[in-house]
Design a protein around this ligand. Structure first.
Ligand SMILES: Nc1ncnc2c1ncn2[C@@H]1O[C@H](COP(=O)(O)OP(=O)(O)OP(=O)(O)O)[C@@H](O)[C@H]1O
Ligand SMILES: [Mg+2]
Length: 348
């Protein structure tokens, strides 16, 4: 894993609010604030882990990045390398705001960012052969046809550890791990630069999870890929992430180099998630922090810091004021009023 610190993607104040409609007239009666003012960068060639409890907005954020959703507001600045500048940053490289492109304008960039989905059973169309599934993006975006197309699909299958002769079979002939490999081959077809991996191993048997993770890491090295790697808990992304972002109720609450975040968390929510990560040192027994109360709904998030009703360190100010998202030293970002004062427990 290389980390050259060139910014590939910069997300600024991103919001995705889904309207809730009621009644005959389908009037908007509220909004689900699935992603609510999120800002961070993704560096070229890195794996950025994105973790948080179910419903905190991880998939929605990923879907905004691949522009399956058009965000409500904010910017998704993508460092494109092909010279067709829409605007320009200091480095002279063209920077495109994905958030505002129309679907027609997006066509030119769609291939650069791809997504791998959580459930390899429902994400592959059971009526399409592997050839159809993997070649579909090539048919849409390139002029490859006939034998050349088949040969390209054969190469892609080999790359993900499957055999070219598998291409005439249907998804139901494959195991979960193999199906996820088919999904990866499809995502690779257009030679993307960034892949949003949405819990790519959560639905797989523990025994095959490591194989798929290893494959993703090998591909990253060989092809210079950048990953936004979504997972439920911190143990999944511990060894594969260069940096980790922790999300709570539509907001990123902490982001840091992986080692730093695990050893020296600054947000009480991160500390609670870390208390569930097994320690590699059996002599250390740590207190498991049980988060009390339900995850609040993103329709009506608590005022102030959204985590305050479940936070063991909460003070009055936490109920009133939303903590700012601020950068501390060495790229450690956090949104907590007391980040400088608390001494939280990590894992070693
Ligand atoms: N299309 C949609 N319309 C309305 N609400 C949505 C939509 N998609 C997601 N939501 C809501 O947005 C919030 C975030 O959902 P999202 O799927 O992004 O969470 P997640 O972190 O990926 O959860 P999980 O870990 O369960 O996959 C949830 O409250 C969800 O119900
Ligand atoms: Mg999800």
């Amino acid at each position: 894993m290389t980390n050259t610190r060139n910014t590939l993607l910069e997300i600024k104040n991103l919001k995705m609010h889904f309207p809730i409609r009621r009644g005959l007239l389908k009037r908007v009666v509220g909004h689900v604030r699935a992603v609510d003012d999120v800002s961070f960068e993704v560096f070229q060639g890195e794996t950025l882990g994105l973790v948080g409890e179910s419903g905190c907005g991880k998939t929605t954020l990923g879907r905004c990045v691949v522009r399956a959703y058009r965000p409500t507001s904010g910017e998704i600045l993508y460092q494109a390398g092909d010279g067709s500048a829409v605007s320009s940053n200091g480095s002279g490289q063209p920077v495109i705001d994905f958030a505002r492109l129309t679907s027609r304008q997006l066509r030119a960039y769609r291939h650069e960012i791809q997504m791998i989905f959580q459930d390899p059973y429902s994400s592959l169309n059971p009526r399409m052969t592997v050839l159809d599934i993997v070649s579909e993006p090539l048919v849409i975006h390139t002029k490859l046809r006939g034998d050349a197309l088949k040969s390209e699909v054969g190469d892609l299958l080999r790359r993900v550890g499957l055999r070219p002769e598998h291409m005439n079979r249907y998804p139901n002939a494959f195991s979960g791990g193999q199906r996820q490999r088919i999904g990866i081959a499809r995502a690779l077809a257009l030679r993307p630069k960034l892949i949003v991996c949405d819990e790519p191993v959560s639905a797989l048997d523990v025994s095959v999870q490591a194989q798929v993770v290893n494959l993703l890491q090998d591909l990253q090295r060989e092809l210079g890929l950048t990953y936004l790697f979504i997972a439920h808990d911190l143990s999944v992304v511990q060894h594969i992430s260069n940096r980790v972002a922790v999300m709570y109720l539509g907001k990123v609450v902490e982001l840091a180099e992986a080692k730093r975040l695990y050893q020296n968390p600054l947000h009480p929510y991160t500390e609670a998630l870390l208390s569930a990560v097994p320690s590699t040192n059996p002599d250390i027994t740590r207190e498991r922090i049980i988060l009390t109360g339900d995850v609040p709904t993103p329709i009506n998030p608590p005022p102030g810091c959204a985590f305050h009703p479940r936070c063991r360190y909460a003070q009055d100010v936490c109920q009133r004021e939303t903590p700012a998202w601020r950068a501390l030293e060495d790229g450690h970002h956090v949104a907590c009023h007391f980040a400088d004062q608390l001494s939280l427990t990590g894992v070693n």
